[in-house]
Write a protein that binds this ligand. Structure first.
Ligand SMILES: Nc1ncnc2c1ncn2[C@@H]1O[C@H](COP(=O)(O)OP(=O)(O)OP(=O)(O)O)[C@@H](O)[C@H]1O
Ligand SMILES: [Mg+2]
Length: 428
């Protein structure tokens, strides 16, 4: 997939997701508005009924007390405490609300604004809320002698009550949206990872073809020369061509071995021999092999092997390759006069080995990636130094197999310092 298609997909997906979330939000809001309207209607119905009942109770009582006056309705209404008790009013309101499914805590009072007097109330601490936020219903509207009195009702948990039923819906929506967004992000991350991987693989194949081509063409040139009868008769030339073929062949085998080794590590089939090996001996051997390459560039490898106990438990071949890879890198990535320093010392139950160079260094950002398989620090289009990007991933795998540690200190253009710790004994 090319970059534009990926970006287009991301934008389309983001728009679709945002749209979906918007619609979801809108539905939930509509549902909540409908619920709120229903609630208000139920409360109104209930309270109208309560007011009617209170008025009817008053009339019945008044009739019993003074039939003549009350029939003509000349008289002011009776005081509330003689019509009904607070408990009666409470249960009347509770019943009416309950019938209509309003099943939440309520507070009420009978209030006379003219005198700012509370004629009946359930909890005095709710006075302010009742006046500011409560619903008001006029009592005894027909009573033209008394200034109006109101039955106020307030629901302290109205919001929570309205939300309880929406909660389920809201929660499921949120969970679904989280699932969709996470899967989406994961997919995008995977696409980018795959894309990077495929670029790295392509680089590797190009690189490998190049690496293999040089020895192959050298060998074929040498073979061509050897087929010349005149040349063959000269022993000196014969030897030099043969050693050239041998040398190149060794290089080819080494490269093939490196690639195969990585496949083995990938499969988790790395086999380690455990024997007592001398790290100082190994270092000395590797330096012998690399010395010429460093000296060609007018460089130098310095040893400071201070570890008094230089024997460890490990695999000789792998540890040799480990030291070789680190010294090879130090040389390869030091374009001018490599000054390489390798030192050892004994630290808590093992040996710490440091390999320091004065080369191109590695920036902080890249330091995390260099141990990844096939990763090479990009240097524009062309790499001046050949390599597969396998060396350090192999080194890391070997260090881990030996239960050791590897770390790096480096600054771009100043040089690098790799520090490897290998324990004396590999503990399980
Ligand atoms: N001493 C060093 N100085 C600067 N850069 C380094 C050094 N060692 C490693 N690097 C960077 O880390 C990358 C990975 O190193 P690694 O040894 O894994 O691969 P390589 O040297 O490119 O190839 P090869 O598989 O042949 O070793 C290198 O490509 C290089 O960019
Ligand atoms: Mg390398």
């Amino acid at each position: 997939m090319n970059r534009r298609v990926i970006i287009f997909t991301i934008i389309a997906m983001t728009i679709a997701l945002t749209g979906l979330m918007g619609i979801q939000f809108y539905w939930i809001r509509s549902a909540s508005a409908i619920k709120e309207a229903n609630f208000r209607r139920s409360v109104n119905e209930a309270m109208v009924k309560v007011v009617q009942k209170v008025e009817r109770m008053e009339r019945t009582k008044a009739l019993a007390m003074n039939p003549f006056e009350s029939v003509l309705n000349f008289k002011q209404h009776l005081p509330y405490d003689s019509i009904l008790t607070l408990t009666e009013l409470d249960s009347l309101i509770g019943l009416q609300l309950n019938i209509r499914g309003v099943d939440t805590r309520y507070e009420f009072c009978i209030y006379k604004p003219e005198r700012q007097e509370f004629l009946m109330e359930r909890t005095p601490s709710f006075r302010k809320d009742l006046i500011e936020k409560g619903n008001a219903y006029v009592l005894f509207q027909a009573d033209i002698y008394t200034s109006p009195e109101y039955l106020l009702i307030y629901f302290p948990r109205e919001k929570q009550f309205l939300l309880t039923e929406l909660w389920g819906m809201l929660l499921i929506s949120i969970i679904l949206i989280i699932v969709i967004v996470t899967s989406f992000m994961y997919t995008i991350a995977t696409i980018f990872r795959q894309k990077r991987l495929s670029e790295i693989k392509n680089d590797f194949i190009n690189n490998m073809t190049h690496e293999f081509k040089t020895p192959i063409s050298t060998i074929s040139l040498a073979c061509e020369a050897l087929s010349d009868k005149d040349l063959r008769s000269s022993g000196e030339f014969l030897d030099s061509y043969l050693s050239m073929i041998q040398e190149e062949n060794k290089r080819l085998a080494g490269m093939a071995e490196k690639i195969l080794q990585t496949a083995v590590i990938d499969k988790g089939e790395l086999k380690m021999k455990r024997e007592l090996i001398d790290l100082h001996e190994i270092i000395t051997d590797v330096i012998k092999n690399l010395k010429i390459q460093v000296e060609i560039k007018d460089g130098e490898i310095k040893r400071r092997l201070k570890a008094s106990k230089s024997q460890i438990e490990g695999d000789k071949v792998h540890v040799t390759n480990l030291v070789y890879n680190l010294l090879d890198n130090a040389n390869k990535y030091s374009p001018k006069r490599p000054m390489i320093r390798i030192s050892t010392e004994n630290v808590n139950n093992g040996i710490a080995m440091t390999i320091e160079d004065n080369g191109i260094g590695i920036s902080k950002n890249e330091q995390k990636k260099i141990f990844d398989k096939l990763y090479r620090v990009p240097t524009g289009n062309i790499h001046e130094v050949r390599g597969f990007g396998l060396g350090l991933s192999y080194v890391k795998a070997i260090v881990e197999e030996h239960h050791g540690k590897i770390s790096i200190e480096s600054e771009a253009n100043k040089g690098s310092k790799f520090r490897v710790f290998l324990p004396f004994v590999i503990k399980e």
